[in-house]
Design a protein around this ligand. Sequence first.
Ligand SMILES: Cc1cc2nc3c(=O)[nH]c(=O)nc-3n(C[C@H](O)[C@H](O)[C@H](O)COP(=O)(O)OP(=O)(O)OC[C@H]3O[C@@H](n4cnc5c(N)ncnc54)[C@H](O)[C@@H]3O)c2cc1C
Length: 251
Amino acid sequence: MARAAVSGRLTWRAATLTAARWETPTARTLVLDVPDWPGHLPGQHIDVRLTAPDGYRAQRSYSIASAWTGDGGTVELTVQRLDDGEVSPYLTDVVEVGEQVELRGPVGGWFVWRQTQTAPVLLIAGGSGVVPLMAMIRARGEARSRQPFRLIYSVRTPGDACYAEELARRVRDDPGLDVRFVYTRKTPDGWPDPPKRIDVATINTYGWPADFTPDCYVCGPTTFVETAADILVALGHDPKRVRTERFGGTS
Ligand SMILES: Cc1cc2nc3c(=O)[nH]c(=O)nc-3n(C[C@H](O)[C@H](O)[C@H](O)COP(=O)(O)OP(=O)(O)OC[C@H]3O[C@@H](n4cnc5c(N)ncnc54)[C@H](O)[C@@H]3O)c2cc1C
């Protein structure tokens, strides 16, 4: 049984793009229909493989943005275009609805949130690192969980925030969810803080106190994740409760 589940996750499947939408001018959500999808936990990722006509292949990991609702094979990814990248510009600007990409997964068992966890949750995202954390927020919503969640979301400018409307709606409708943006280059008009990077004061003010023993999830570019995780530990959070996912590159 376990062997069948593992081999299922390692099997490449041809997924069909059924819809796509722009979250920002450079980040696109892909809605994929995946045959025989086994389901996933929020925080897991998949591997995407592209094959050129000459047989050249490139493979990258992408977090799953959607919550699994219990049946069906719909998987949403949100891909941030890196202009000099090999794979991401294809996924944001080239692949069209009706076309197929190969994927396998779901992958990962540590950077996941399970509904059975009872601690408050602190999510810290840098840029596209919000994707798996959004899956956790969506899964919490699907489960009608009352688990207190806080998201600290660092973006360059207001226009770079993915899921901005959905996050605003969820915060409005759900007293257990808080979202705090940090802008590194340009703030909205009237924003109380100047542009800045996430620092000790930000996490101390908008995160949960270490005494609450929250489960912390940090995701984004490698240097962002290392900085935020170091701050959490310096603020007294148990390193075993700080789960990190590094997307590569630098912030
Ligand atoms: C577990 C996991 C989950 C991921 N989930 C997502 C996701 O949900 N959405 C998403 O958009 N990306 C995600 N990524 C990053 C993704 O796998 C690719 O690294 C990214 O799309 C760049 O691929 P590329 O082929 O376009 O660029 P490449 O050709 O690989 O690299 C081009 C240039 O960009 C730099 N670079 C590579 N990756 C990054 C990065 N993440 N940030 C900044 N610079 C980078 C490289 O150093 C290089 O200079 C995830 C990575 C991991 C490991």
